[in-house]
Write a protein that binds this ligand. Structure first.
Ligand SMILES: Cc1cc2nc3c(=O)[nH]c(=O)nc-3n(C[C@H](O)[C@H](O)[C@H](O)COP(=O)(O)O)c2cc1C
Length: 340
């Protein structure tokens, strides 16, 4: 069967035109991915920060809960950007007062700042899911071929039409178009591309032959219908699931979402890469972050200590512009509310 017909078969199989947007970093648990797939959508496991053994464990945990199709998401590999000792010292100096306030030792870089993509992909291919999705760039051709050879459908992420066209040229089977309202990291590679979700959906469906999954700010059944009307084949929701019972969202993060008091901002403070989240003292207090993934590694111990101490202001509170419409409840209830 061609990948085109396999995509069509997957689309027909899904009873609900919804994708659980991949959410790495603890929010998107195997239980959440499985619950969305069980409810007739496509669950996604955000595995970008997991080690290969953790990926194998997470895949098994999804499979233990569902035999429905689901997706695994990784970050496309990038060469590690060079950083100077001076830049490291400046970034450490900015974080030092936050460490001191929690009685943590001063910030230092861990020996390993990112996971090895080749080893992560190997773990995914050892137990291939129906779908693999990726963000932050283009896949090396060998990776795309290996996924296709294993019968896996591949979804790239674009934040602009030129990115979608390059992904189409590379041979992906579908593209997630991420509008500027989306929570979490900008999923393409032009970090200043912030088009509206519906505009981008229309542009990409008209200019490419790829099936389009619309993402960004889709918080109600009406939003999902609008994305489908704009030409999307599926709608992806992340922020709408942040308060799901099955999500791994820590309590201080849930409380900050539910209070609705904070604005969302685009920030590089936590990871060095532009992401949308709730404003915190850290988003206001970091002005010279290292580039991704260095800053992500540098802030890891602070975020972990902040979570333990229940300090929302030290956590990366990724959330989309529509976060005040997120509702608590089971993933199945949230899916029902989002179904047009
Ligand atoms: C907590 C969180 C973590 C995210 N992690 C990832 C990720 O690992 N990979 C990815 O491609 N997108 C990630 N995203 C972006 C989502 O996949 C998706 O594009 C976004 O949630 C859609 O917009 P919405 O939040 O308004 O629904 C993340 C988003 C959030 C809120």
């Amino acid at each position: 069967m061609s990948t085109h017909s396999r995509w069509a078969a997957l689309r027909r199989h899904l009873q609900v035109p919804l994708v659980l947007a991949p959410m790495a970093g603890g929010v998107g648990t195997p239980a959440l991915a499985a619950a969305v797939s069980e409810a007739g959508g496509l669950g996604s496991l955000g595995a970008a920060y997991l080690t290969p053994p953790q990926i194998r464990e997470a895949l098994a945990a999804v499979r233990a809960r569902t035999d429905q199709p689901f997706a695994v998401n990784l970050f496309a590999p990038q060469p590690l950007p060079p950083v100077t000792a001076q830049a490291i010292a400046a970034a450490c100096a900015e974080l030092a007062p936050f460490h001191a306030a929690l009685h943590l030792p001063p910030p230092t870089l861990p020996p390993q700042v990112q996971e090895d993509f080749g080893a992560q992909l190997h773990a995914v291919l050892a137990d291939p899911p129906a779908v693999f999705s990726f963000a932050f760039g283009r896949l090396p051709p060998g990776a795309l071929n290996a996924l296709h050879a294993a019968g896996v459908l591949v979804i790239g992420t674009a934040t602009s039409l030129p990115e979608a066209q390059l992904l189409a040229q590379d041979g992906v089977d579908a593209v997630t178009v991420q509008g500027g309202a989306a929570g979490g990291h900008r999923g393409g590679w032009q970090e200043d591309a912030l088009a509206g979700t519906l505009t981008l959906t229309r542009q990409v469906t008209q200019a490419t032959r790829l099936p389009v999954i619309a993402a960004g700010g889709l918080m109600t059944a009406g939003d999902v219908q609008a994305a489908l009307d704009a030409g999307a084949t599926l709608a992806a929701c992340g922020t709408a699931f942040l308060l799901a019972d099955e999500a791994g969202t820590p309590d201080p993060y849930r409380r900050a979402l539910q209070s609705g008091e904070r604005q969302t901002v685009l920030t590089r403070a936590y990871s060095g890469r532009t992401a949308r989240g709730l404003r915190t003292t850290l988003t206001g207090g970091v002005h010279s972050p290292l580039p991704f993934p260095w800053q992500n590694a540098l802030t890891r111990s602070l975020r972990a200590a902040g979570a333990q101490a229940g300090h929302a202001d030290l956590l990366s509170l990724w959330a989309g512009e529509g976060y005040r419409q997120a509702r608590a409840g089971s993933a199945a209830q949230i899916m029902a509310d989002l179904t047009p």
